[in-house]
Design a protein around this ligand. Structure first.
Ligand code: GNR
Ligand code: NI
Length: 171
């Protein structure tokens, strides 16, 4: 297991579109384990491979209260979206300390392969529905700030570039 480095917005690599996984082999299982370790170490409720600069369709989530229900989705595809939408406050490990409201489908069904390579379907609502849509956006190269106004996005970009510069100077 290893903790992986998380790309920070506005890193252009966050806009890479991930390719499907051809086979759930030992390399993919290692990636899954590293994603879970990295997600838990950073107190995240989800993490997409894109965020650790691996551009394959793999994501992990855990929206349980006890943080003891890891969910692994390989080659996830949304098979159904509710007609109704919900607005929720979102954050992102790639956009640290920025939180804003995003509107998404209230419920989605997602088909994917698990860590064992077996297909399953997830019927998600609430935080889990928000999270799986947020993670699947990452796999398409999309970060939640792209739903915000250009003005907000520019302010976020400037703030995070300054933060990264300050951290590098202080090392
Ligand atoms: O940890 C996370 N919390 C969160 C809160 C509201 C909506 C989405 C998320 S996902 C985020 C982790 C992350 O960046 N996943 O890509
Ligand atoms: Ni994110």
């Amino acid at each position: 297991m290893a903790r992986l480095n998380i790309l920070r917005y506005p890193d252009p690599r966050l806009h890479t579109v991930a390719r499907p996984v051809a086979a759930v082999d030992g390399r993919i299982r290692q990636l899954v384990d590293d994603l879970l370790e990295t997600m838990y170490a950073n107190d995240g409720v989800g993490l997409a491979a894109t965020q650790v600069d691996v551009h394959e369709r793999v994501l992990v989530m855990d929206t349980s209260e006890q943080r003891d229900q890891p969910l692994v989705m390989i080659n996830p595809e949304i098979t159904w979206r509710s007609d109704d939408f919900a607005v929720a406050e979102e954050g992102c490990l790639s956009v640290p300390q920025i939180y804003d409201r995003v509107e998404r489908h209230a419920r989605v069904k997602v088909q994917a392969l698990g860590r064992d390579g077996q297909p399953f379907e997830l019927d998600a609502e609430g935080l889990q529905a928000v999270c799986v849509q947020h993670e699947m956006d990452h796999l398409q190269g999309k970060v939640f700030v792209e739903y915000l106004s250009a003005l907000k996005r520019d302010r976020i970009r400037t703030k995070l570039l300054k933060k990264t510069r300050d951290e590098l100077r202080d090392r």
